[in-house]
Structures are given as C-alpha cells and as structure tokens.
Design a protein around this ligand. Structure first.
Ligand SMILES: CC(C)(COP(=O)(O)OP(=O)(O)OC[C@H]1O[C@@H](n2cnc3c(N)ncnc32)[C@H](O)[C@@H]1OP(=O)(O)O)[C@@H](O)C(=O)NCCC(=O)NCCS
Length: 163
C-alpha cells in the first residue's frame, strides 16, 4: 500500500452516557469501563487509517486524571499519531461532561498500539501517515520516542534474561 493518509482522516469520536451498570456502589465509573471505550475508539481510528481489521497489540499508557461519575457524558476522541510497517500508535483523549452544569473535564489520556491484519489474520502493511499541522508533527515525533523506548526496554529485558 503506497498512498499516505493524514492523521485527521482517522479522527474518531464516541460519546456515551454513563449509567449505573458502568459504576461501583459509590457512583464512580469503573476504570475498566473507560478502558473498554478507549480500546473501541482507538480501534475505530486504526480501521479508518488502514481500512483493515485491526487488533490491539498493546496499551502503552493510560492515565486516570479525574474520576467519572454516573450521569456524566463521556466524550472519547482518537487519532492515529504514527504508522509504521503494520502497526499504528493511536492517541485517545477522554473528557467527561456534566450535562446539568456543562462542566467538562479531561479525565484520561491513552496511547495504544494497533496492528492491521489481512484476511488470513496476518499483520498487513498500512498506509504511511503524513502529519501536516505542527500539532500532528509533534504527536508523530512523540510516538517515535515511545516506540524507541518500548523497543529499547524489550531489548534490555531480553538481554537480562540471556535470551
Ligand atoms: C499483535 C499481533 C498481530 C502481532 O503479531 P506478531 O506475530 O508478533 O507479528 P509481527 O512480529 O510481524 O509484528 C507485527 C507488528 O506488531 C507490532 N507489535 C507486536 N507486538 C507488539 C507489542 N507488544 N507492542 C507494540 N507493538 C507490537 C510489531 O512491532 C509490528 O509492527 P510493525 O510492523 O509496524 O513494525 C499478535 O501478537 C496478536 O494477534 N496478538 C493478539 C491481539 C489481540 O488478541 N488483541 C486483543 C483483541 S483485539
């Protein structure tokens, strides 16, 4: 696949209204509920970039900045930050909105590695990413740093095991 795509082409959003089945008895939404939605919106962004079926290879980072409460709207937005051979890094930002007051809070950020698969379930080459704006270029450069660190960590661990 030779054509390149802009990060904005993969822009994906999900909005969910948090109910009692999403929360614990204190009324706080489970971290796992948010993680599931993060995985879903990241998958959507990776599909839009690659136009292929994708799997989550890793959740590289997920931060929880503020709790989410029952009755709040969760807005999740995702975009491909970088694309390599068959894998992509997707960045996700989560915000909560209180529909009564209009208060919006940044609750979570996450980075996921998604891999495109062919019809036989083997990793498939994805289109290159062509970041255009300064913000898109910054995100792409930061994704390269995370990938380098991830690979260096893996090498170091394998070396300590003597594999
Ligand atoms: C992800 C998966 C397809 C990789 O398969 P593999 O045989 O290791 O394939 P490869 O070694 O060719 O790697 C393919 C790509 O995945 C990336 N990858 C593999 N493991 C990774 C990890 N732990 N973290 C980040 N990227 C990873 C590789 O870097 C490579 O990317 P690149 O082609 O852009 O350089 C395979 O491990 C898998 O199917 N895992 C299960 C996924 C799953 O069930 N997810 C939950 C449900 S969606």
């Amino acid at each position: 696949m030779s054509d390149s795509r802009a990060p904005a082409d993969s822009q994906s959003t999900l909005v969910r209204w948090m109910g009692v089945t999403d929360a614990n008895t204190a009324g706080f939404v489970h971290g796992g509920t948010v993680m599931r939605l993060v995985d879903e919106v990241a998958g959507l962004a990776a599909i839009k970039h690659s136009r292929r079926r994708v799997v989550t290879a890793a959740v590289d980072r997920m931060t929880f900045l503020h709790p989410v409460h029952v009755g709040e709207l969760l807005h999740l937005s995702a975009m491909v930050n970088a694309a390599w051979r068959t894998s992509m890094e997707v960045g996700v930002r989560v915000e909560s909105e209180d529909p009564f007051t209009g208060e919006v809070r940044h609750t979570n950020s996450a980075y996921l590695s998604m891999v495109a698969l062919d019809e036989s379930g083997r990793p498939e080459v994805v289109p290159a990413l062509a970041p255009d704006t300064p913000q898109e270029r910054r995100r792409s450069e930061e994704a390269q740093v995370r990938r380098r660190n991830r690979l260096a960590e893996r090498e170091e661990i394998l070396a300590t095991r003597g594999d």
